[in-house]
Design a protein around this ligand. Structure first.
Ligand SMILES: Nc1ncnc2c1ncn2[C@@H]1O[C@H](COP(=O)(O)OP(=O)(O)OP(=O)(O)O)[C@@H](O)[C@H]1O
Length: 163
C-alpha cells in the first residue's frame, strides 16, 4: 500500500510530494505523557504567566481527538498511562499553583482560573461543562460561556466522567 503521509523528522512530513514543516509532529509511537510534555506542560506555565491558552483538536471521526484531549474511556483522575491532556493539565495546574503560593507565601498570591470545554460538531458548538448550552452559533463572535469553575468543582466534574 502506498504511504500517503511520511514523517521525515520531528518537525516535517511529506505528503503527495510536498514537504510541510510544523513546530512539532507526534506520531503513532507518541504516548499520552509525550503529548502532555509537548503541549500540556508549556500550556500550564503559559497560564501561570497570566496568558489565555487553548488546545484545539481537529480531525476526522475516529482519529483520536477524544483520546488525546480526554483519555481512554477507562482513564480516571488517578495515575493512569491512558489519561489524556485535560486531567493532566488540571492536575499540573493546581499543583503548580500550590507550589507558587508556598514559594511566595509572603505575597499571599490568589489565582483565579477559568476554563471552557467546547465541542464543535456539524457547525454546532456545545459547552461540554454545561450540556444544556448547545446552540451557540459559529458565526457569533462574542458568545459567552457559563463555565467558571472552582478547582474543586472542576475536579469533581472530571471524576464524575466530565459528562
Ligand atoms: N493514540 C492512541 N492509542 C490508542 N488508542 C487510540 C489512540 N487514539 C485513538 N485511540 C482509540 O481509537 C478510537 C477512536 O478514537 P477517538 O474516539 O479518540 O476518536 P475521535 O477523533 O474523538 O472520534 P469522533 O470524532 O468520532 O468523536 C477510540 O477507541 C480510542 O480509544
Amino acid at each position: 500500500m502506498a504511504t500517503i503521509v511520511q514523517k521525515i523528522s520531528n518537525k516535517s512530513l511529506s505528503m503527495a510530494g510536498q514537504t510541510f514543516t510544523f513546530d512539532s509532529i507526534a506520531d503513532i509511537e507518541s504516548t499520552q505523557i509525550d503529548i502532555f510534555q509537548l503541549i500540556g506542560a508549556p500550556l500550564v506555565e503559559n497560564c501561570l504567566a497570566g496568558f489565555n491558552s487553548s488546545v484545539f483538536a481537529y480531525g476526522q471521526t475516529g482519529s483520536g481527538k477524544t483520546y488525546t484531549i480526554w483519555g481512554a474511556s477507562n482513564a480516571s483522575l488517578e495515575e493512569c498511562d491512558q489519561q489524556g491532556l485535560t486531567p493532566r493539565v488540571c492536575q499540573r495546574l493546581f499543583e503548580r499553583i500550590n507550589e507558587e503560593q508556598e514559594r511566595h507565601a509572603d505575597k499571599q498570591l490568589v489565582y483565579m482560573c477559568r476554563c471552557s470545554f467546547l465541542e464543535i460538531y456539524n457547525e454546532q458548538i456545545t459547552d461540554l461543562l454545561d450540556r444544556s448550552q448547545k446552540n451557540f452559533q459559529v458565526k457569533e463572535a462574542n458568545w459567552e460561556l457559563t463555565a467558571s469553575w472552582t478547582g474543586d468543582q472542576l475536579s469533581d466534574h472530571l471524576q464524575d466522567g466530565g459528562g
